[in-house]
Design a protein around this ligand. Sequence first.
Ligand code: PGA
Length: 254
Amino acid sequence: MRRKIVAGNWKMNGSADLVADLVPTVRKAVAGLDNGVEVVIVPPALYVPQVRAEADPVVAVGVQNLSGYEAGAYTGEISAAMAVDSGCRYALIGHSERRRLFAESDQIAAEKVMRALESGLSAILCVGETLEERDQGRAEQVVEGQVCAGLSGVGPDQWDRVVVAYEPVWAIGTGKTATTDDAQAMHASIRRWLGEMGAPAQDVPLLYGGSVKADNAAALFAEPDVDGGLIGGASLMADEFLSICRAMPVNAGN
Ligand code: PGA
């Protein structure tokens, strides 16, 4: 059975008060779930210790970004080792906001994936096409390039800590979601490309992201190659986020 994961990406939102309100509620409810879903909260890095104190060990914690460098004179950066030291198990890499607003290339994403994996973190590589690329019929080509480049350095014994999140850029924060058919089709392609790279493709969790909400999560998670979700806006509301976690079917996956 592939792992089933719902990860909440808070982006640059939240506060100490939100952590104190939301995380204990989420932890209590997740402790009672019986659908096997692994729930991850990915807050701004400054809140990682506070989230972890409230979430551990029921809900895992991740960082939204990390440095491609190991350590040293890189003002403002956070290393993979520091994320591990703070109790993180996951790192988002190559989110479209990082790619678009902070000029992160596939090469930088690949370096960060390797830093994460070498430090013992699981890397969630985010990929996805823009609306323009989809309209030009290039969605598959773009996503294949991102997957192959971003994961090019992964060694045979590291694939068990790789997760891919397919997030069409046009669906992020817009209220537009890919149809379940489109999401499934891209996920099946991603699994095929992973296999061609020599990965144990059937075991790699593939998350869908982009305006996932309580009312569309169940349909997306019912698709055979959708193993969970990367949730932005809806992860900032405990009820909505928990409804998404509950939407994972008990017997999901292969
Ligand atoms: P959204 O964000 O759920 O608010 O669309 C998803 C993401 O960017 O990970």
